[in-house]
Design a protein around this ligand. Structure first.
Ligand code: GDP
Length: 291
């Protein structure tokens, strides 16, 4: 999908659009990237959705560190919010997700039943920052389902409700919100995971950032995947990148080496890695409070 330039005007518009659709939905599915559960969050999300029922979907689970993901799911779940990790490309994960959604919304159905509203479907919308997998998720979740015809209240022109089954209806277009880009580290994490257009950062900066994080959290990954001895995998990082470039047979083409490291990371070739760390949860919480 196209990358969006976020200017204050666009941010205000995106916020308004999401808010106008919220009236028509019963539950918001907020998609985040399981590798960066905090950096892939919109900083104003809570303010935007207020007390709307909310489920956090940590997507791209297949690329993230399973131990970290399990802990993040627990940390992000509370009385009002249910978190779940999935790989949107996997049909079996979608089935698990559907059951979790049903359990999480059972009380809404029960309430409607008591009022005699027997055939009402729970209405869902998907929101999230660019590139977290919103479209992939919607496509999988609505596979073989047809959009409903006819006008329904609260739906912007061009949007449609898709009936999933007797329980759920999903808005076919996601709400797109902006990431927290006033934070350098968030920006670097988004760039490394593929959430920022590649003309907006220097490849070698992002590769160096990736090398540093890997050395810190996944110290074996570099020597295991690249032609370099384990004892040579040390800071300073620019020198490490120079060595890797040479050993990859790329002479002094640091840009190409950087590109390869970034691509390998994104495709999960270096292992399943999580960059937002659960052991640093308190830092994020403080940070969240400030935004
Ligand atoms: P959107 O901008 O939020 O709508 O994101 P897209 O649905 O376009 O997905 C962005 C990229 O992530 C695409 O290349 C997808 O194939 C990929 N993607 C989406 N979900 C998953 C997932 O669960 N696992 C993996 N490995 N890739 C995914």
């Amino acid at each position: 999908m196209a990358h969006i330039q976020w200017y204050p005007g666009h941010m205000a518009k995106a916020k308004k659009e999401v808010q106008s659709q919220l009236n028509a939905v019963d539950i918001v599915l907020e998609i985040r990237d399981a590798r960066i559960p905090m950096a892939s969050k919109n900083p104003m999300l809570d303010e935007i959705i207020k007390n709307k029922r909310h489920m956090i979907v940590l997507n791209k689970k297949d690329l993230a560190d399973p131990v970290q993901t399990k802990a993040w799911v627990e940390a992000l779940s509370n009385e009002n919010t249910q978190a779940i990790a999935i790989d949107s490309k996997k049909l079996s994960d979608m089935k698990i997700f559907r059951q979790a959604l049903k359990d999480f919304t059972q009380d809404i159905q029960d309430k409607w039943q008591k009022k005699g509203l027997l055939h009402k479907s729970i209405r869902i919308m998907v929101i999230g920052i660019p590139n977290v997998g919103k479209s992939t998720f919607i496509n999988q979740f609505t596979k073989h389902k047809k959009a409903q015809v006819g006008n329904k209240p609260g739906v912007t022109k061009g949007q449609q409700w898709i009936k999933i089954d007797k329980d759920f209806e999903l808005l076919d277009t996601p709400g797109i919100l902006w990431p927290k880009f006033d934070d350098q580290e968030v920006g670097d994490k988004l760039a490394l995971t593929g959430g920022i257009k590649d003309t907006h950062y220097y490849k070698d900066d992002i590769a160096l950032f990736g090398l540093e994080l890997m050395l810190h959290y996944y110290p074996d990954a570099i020597a295991k995947n690249y032609p370099i001895a384990a004892e040579e995998v040390t800071p300073p990082y620019p020198e490490l990148l120079m060595k890797l470039t040479k050993n990859m047979g790329l002479l002094e083409d640091y840009d190409r080496a950087a590109d390869r490291i970034i691509r390998d990371f994104r495709e999960g070739k270096l292992g399943r890695m999580t960059l937002d760390r659960i052991e640093e949860l308190s830092l994020y919480t403080d940070d969240d409070a400030k935004t």
